[in-house]
Design a protein around this ligand. Sequence first.
Ligand SMILES: [Zn+2]
Length: 336
Amino acid sequence: MSSNLRMLVLPFVLRLFSAPPAAGQEQPIPGFPPIPIDATEEQVRQGVALARAGQKLTPKAWPNGARVAVCLSFDVDNELLWRSAPLPVPLSQGEYGATTGLPRVLDLLDRQSIPASFYLPAMSAALHPQMIQDILQRKRHEIGVHGWMHENLPTVGDAAKEEELLTRSIEYLTKAMGKRPVGFRAPSWAFSQSTLDQIRKAGFLYDSSFMAMDEPYELLANGQNTGMIELPINWIADDYPYYEPEAGGSLPDPQLVFEVYKGEFDVAYQEHAMFILTMHPHITGHRSRIAALEKLIIYMKSKPGVWFATLEQVADYVKTQRERNREVEKQPGTER
Ligand SMILES: [Zn+2]
């Protein structure tokens, strides 16, 4: 994910939730009459209800008794981060992801024999058709949906148009891959009020755009279980804010970024949970950063019981375990 549009998005998101609540919907906290400020309590409640964390889904054990699941993920945004001002030099900064970053990432994953998940906006793939083939050729990686041209979904502002872009994104990747993608990651990790409903209808196995926990969870919409598994991401485990000047990143020493990622992994390992890292080929694909990522992978591999998996593999496993638990709970006399 990447968001050089965060500052642009915020006003739109606020506007989405700024419609006045219907009469009778106000439910002040008992004993505390509302005081008008920049949002009503009801607006906050409506926003919160739209997508909510349900039950934790971390299984009692990972496959083969592993202690932790580790997912390396790459959002292949490339030129599309500069789509709204497509000038030659910034575009070349994104093009680097296709010419150099992605090949370097794929070589690293080959050297270490580990899988990864790649999220491609359809147009990013169309600008460099070889990328999908290069990823699939490894027969180890997953490709998921990441918008049509990395459109910011709240700013699309039209549910029908948004759904058409989603449908086209799925169709494009399905045709290019020969297989329907099962994972969704929203461009810029931004959902409109319609997105969750649309991806649920499209039948995705999992989403990876929310940040409500450090481990897999049920995704709820208006209090109802959507049936979708959330494999959450977080800014702390994303290369963008650390390295990108446009995101306020101060181009820190890759060794410092390595220490942050390592700290996140170490505690995930202690918790028997999950560690998802989000990166971008045009950002992490630079020489010194790839070296730091390789150091991290070697460190994680040195620990016993680390399961390197795609998000699809984790979602599949979590789903199977969830169904098994429900079967057990249904049996008469089962202690709960
Ligand atoms: Zn992105």
